[in-house]
Design a protein around this ligand. Structure first.
Ligand code: SAH
Length: 569
């Protein structure tokens, strides 16, 4: 919940805009500001104070308890010009909130946390539990001092400007699931690598389950902060001792059908669970089902009175899964790059792409991003590189212009990829859409895209598709329409369309959509001079109903000009 506090009429007006925009997320605290801040501080995860920063600092100062528990606090000035995170920039989410608030109010976010200001990923924002000398190591990263990255387990981290392997370093970022203490100049990152498989008899007490898990981790020298989940058999999904143990550990309880568990090969099967739930192993099988290395084989709980154990557990370390984001950059203009694409570019520690596309977004990359760029034509190799890096456990972004799935890198990459990596697709504005918006509304009814490049596709196949589109009266957008070595394909394709459409059929030609030297024109099938078309261009040919209206290309939604009320809805 976000607590909203204001003192003046202008503050209240801005406050009400926020409250109206986020009714579910916000709560207004009325009355005296001191009391309102005190109540909101106790009850909310975040505060937005429409007060001077000085006043806010004085009010929250006596309430401060600690970096991990204090709410994030954002101040907005009387004029609604600035949103300033004053407390809990990272941990309290105040930096992100300030950006959101600023967007809503048309203000400027004033973010002063050092790591955000220079585009570094804050060590406490990586989405992993972190321990140790966070401030000192962040400082060292900012000052450009060599920091070593010591990864005992692989995990797809965002980019960090760390020193080359073997360089001499005073500071360390250690990625580990072991129960070690951080050194004075060391930060520990805790990736969720550990899975504890658990079995329990009906009515097993939560304390017995928890003690068993904790002692198993402790004796194996493992950190509970790297625990990803508890796993068991479906039949135990509602077992109170397990449900509550997971809750107290702050991890999900994942369950599997007995048949699936029975198929897992385990070192210590037994007859008891076979009779009770239909699998010779619960703890080991549930822990191992998704793969990984068995660190602690099945062990039983101990009871003070010597009665039979009611719980079993086993611990597995799963290998970190690499992450491949396939990111479309849009047609060119920065504001047609989606926020999600931007976030993925900054999330990746390895960027793979064609050099000219890398240039398009280089300024967005975080310090420490490894860039693997190559020239035109090396597509297969780029796809292979991206997948190989992801399989090594890296966070990789593979980029393409427009949409990366349209005549671009997504298919060669996914053809290479096995299911041992996570793949995240980020859609982009493809050239046909960018051109359509410039031309008017040419895609208002059924349409297709056809690439005229016969480098990888035999011309007969392309021609058959053009013919089918012509017969079906589809609006057609030609990608890769014409290059120096391929100049007869476009005239041929247009001739096929002309067999089914009038010479007056509108044709839109857009070159470098949304780029600095963008140009476009609307002409007709009869008038188009193919020599004016090149590889930076798309050509959109209307269907038999497409018209030029006020210089714009318009394809009606129905084949009538008046849409009925039903269609309009
Ligand atoms: N993945 C890209 C398409 C790659 S194929 C996308 O979704 O847009 C390359 C062809 O796309 C070019 O030959 C050209 O026909 C078209 N193209 C890409 N960007 C363009 C732009 N900004 N303006 C016009 N055409 C473009």
């Amino acid at each position: 919940m976000i607590g909203l506090i204001s003192a003046t009429a202008a503050g209240a007006a801005a406050r009400d805009r926020l409250a109206a925009a986020w009714p579910e997320r916000t709560r207004v605290y009325d009355g005296g500001v001191a009391d309102a801040v005190r109540r909101a501080f106790a009850e909310c995860e975040q505060l937005v104070c429409f007060l001077a920063t000085g006043a806010t600092v004085r009010l929250v100062a006596p309430l401060l308890a600690g970096k991990t528990t204090d709410p994030g606090v954002v101040c907005v000035d009387e004029g609604g010009r600035f949103a300033v995170p004053v407390l809990g920039g990272h941990g309290g989410g105040a930096n992100e909130l300030a950006v959101e608030v600023a967007e809503l109010l048309g203000a400027t976010p004033v973010v002063t946390t050092a790591t955000d200001a220079v585009g570094l990923a804050g060590l406490d924002t990586l989405g992993l539990p972190v321990e140790g000398a966070v401030a000192a190591v962040s400082r060292a990263l900012l000052d450009g001092e060599p920091v070593a990255l010591q990864a005992e387990v692989s995990w797809p981290l965002p980019p960090l400007p760390v020193a080359e392997e073997g360089a001499s370093t005073a500071y360390t970022i250690r990625v580990t699931d072991r129960a070690v203490a951080a050194g004075e100049r060391e930060v520990l990152l805790r990736p969720p690598t550990l899975v504890v498989g658990v079995g329990a008899s009906r009515g097993a007490p939560v304390d017995e389950v928890l003690t068993l898990i904790e002692s198993a981790l402790a004796e194996a020298g493992l950190s509970a902060r790297s625990l990803a989940e508890l796993a068991t058999v479906d039949a135990k999904a509602g077992e109170p001792g397990l449900v509550e143990a997971a809750e107290r550990l702050g991890v999900p309880l994942v369950t599997y059908p007995a048949e699936e568990l029975a198929a897992v090969e385990v070192p210590n099967p037994s007859d008891a669970p076979l009779a009770a739930v239909g699998t010779p192993s619960v703890a080991e099988a549930a822990a191992l089902l998704r793969g990984g290395e068995l660190l602690v084989p099945k062990r039983k709980s101990e009871r003070a009175d010597g009665s039979p154990a009611m719980a079993t557990c086993a611990v597995v370390r799963r290998p970190g899964r690499g992450r491949l984001a396939v990111v479309g950059l849009g047609p060119g203009a920065r504001d047609l790059l989606t926020p999600r694409a931007k976030a993925e570019l900054r999330r990746a520690s390895v960027l793979v792409g064609l050099d000219q596309y890398v240039d398009q977004i280089r300024d967005l990359l975080r310090p420490g991003t490894r860039i693997l760029e190559s020239g035109l034509g090396a597509e297969e190799e780029r796809a292979r590189t991206a997948v190989a890096e992801a399989r090594r456990g890296q966070a990789v972004a593979l980029i393409g212009s427009g949409d990366a799935g349209v005549y671009a890198m997504a298919s060669p990459a996914l053809a290479e990829a096995s299911d041992d990596i996570d793949v995240i697709g980020v859609p982009g504005v493809t050239a046909a859409l960018a051109a359509g918006a410039i031309l008017g509304a040419p895609l208002g009814h059924d349409h297709v895209s056809i690439s005229l490049s016969d480098l990888h596709t035999p011309w007969e196949v392309i021609e058959r598709r053009v013919r089918a589109a012509a017969e079906a009266d589809l609006v057609v957008t030609f990608y890769n329409p014409r290059s120096r070595g391929r100049d007869w394909q476009l005239p041929k394709a247009l001739a096929i369309l002309a067999e089914h459409r009038e010479p007056g059929t509108p044709v839109g030609v857009v070159r470098n959509a949304s780029r600095p030297d963008e140009s476009s024109r609307v002409t007709t099938l009869g008038d188009l001079d193919p020599a004016t078309v090149d590889m930076m261009t798309v050509v959109t040919v209307g269907n038999t109903a497409t018209r030029i209206i006020a210089g714009r290309m318009v394809t009606p939604r129905g084949y009538r000009w008046q849409t009925t009320e039903e269609e309009a809805r």
